[in-house]
Design a protein. Structure first.
Lengths: 207, 207
DNA sequence: TAGATTGTTAATCGATTAACAATC
DNA sequence: TAGATTGTTAATCGATTAACAATC
């Protein structure tokens, strides 16, 4: 257990570890060493041990980590031992797909409200989820005490949307708009930019 | 112009710069300084200049960068001055959404073939795109000389799919499956793991 | 010219990894 | 016990940023 600052990279890896531990649990495997993590996930075993050590001494020397209890520890660290309601803004193709995807996963972070500004979409349903007008966004977020939002609006609307989300009390945003959001202290943003990822692949192609 | 190795991070930023330059072009703006990039993109101006300097002396001291010519330079570096055919494997919710999204963008990297292993999906269309059986994947890739693939299959099928893609000649993969792919030298992979991004946001929430 | 901005070096910062004593 | 593996330190590696001479 250390007092060093914990990096975003460490937190994201915790989520990756958690998913791996879930598959181990399902396979009935009870122990895993940091080298098992390295082999399966491609993350250096010292890195794995270091990531865990920020939060506690979870392992047993000579033995490794107990799958069940490590799973619970990480789940608790990430707050994923409870349901976390999430809202999504922008019910376009991508946003709609993320809703379906989220339903399939049965994730503890569940999309419970969807908003769009288009009268053509408002009132439609994504399975059981009703698409609501953005005008109701702030009141619904406050009512449901939603702290996490997913932004899938066009780039031009992203900052405005984010500002309103913050004003409603949102503390964390997963941003799919290709725009860097300017956020106040204490609000977390994760940008997902798979278009940039795709384009960066083109660099390596032979001409 | 330097001989230092160019990082993946630099390449991804080039794609971000390119998108910014496109908006400048559309606004009719002809010059931009590295500080303009910093202000809009939140990337340190020294970083911006360094990224460019790997590839040439594109700027003019005291003036900045010419938007049009810098756009063309980066486009050429990334091979995005030509159409690049892309295939997608796994026509589930996410894969289907990526197809629609790609069509809307009119991207130079265009999804031209879609494959799925489910008889329920094969034969269906995503707009003009016919979903083909995975059995035809290798031959179609070879015929169309496709070098880039997007994997949106379930985790359990991802490595097998990737192996077959490589055998067909694919050189670069955008991987949405939550599995680290083991790839031979010379094949590029970009992993997109927005579930891990979402879960990492939960860490910062107050309990 | 004076002001602005590049390209580049050197310094800093942070993240990854090797190594190993402790110990199960 | 002997072998395995942790937790942690120190070394390494790489990426970011400050600073500034060059020069438009």
């Amino acid at each position: 257990m250390s007092e060093k600052k914990i990096s975003q990279a460490t937190i994201k890896r915790l989520s990756v570890y958690l998913r791996f531990l879930e598959t181990l649990k399902r396979s009935g495997i009870q122990k895993a060493s940091s080298v098992d993590f390295e082999k399966k996930l491609g993350i250096n075993s010292a890195q794995v041990r270091k990531d865990f050590s920020f939060f506690g001494d979870f392992g047993q020397k000579g033995v490794g980590y107990d799958v069940d209890s490590l799973f619970k520890e990480i789940q608790t660290i990430l707050n994923l031992d409870q349901k976390i309601p999430v809202c999504l803004i922008g019910a376009g193709k991508l946003g709609t797909a993320l809703c379906y995807f989220n339903m399939m996963q049965k994730d503890p972070m569940e999309i419970v409200s969807v908003f769009d500004n288009s009268p053509l979409k408002v009132g439609n349903k994504i399975e059981h989820l009703l698409i609501q007008p953005v005008e109701e966004m702030i009141s619904v977020i406050q009512e449901k005490k939603i702290q996490v939002a997913i932004i899938t609006v066009p780039g031009g609307y992203a900052q405005y949307t984010a500002d309103r989300l913050i004003s409603a009390g949102v503390k964390a945003i997963l941003n799919f708009a290709p725009i860097p959001l300017k956020m106040p202290e204490g609000v977390q943003v994760q940008d997902v930019d798979f278009t940039a990822d795709l384009h960066s692949l083109a660099y390596f192609l032979s001409k």
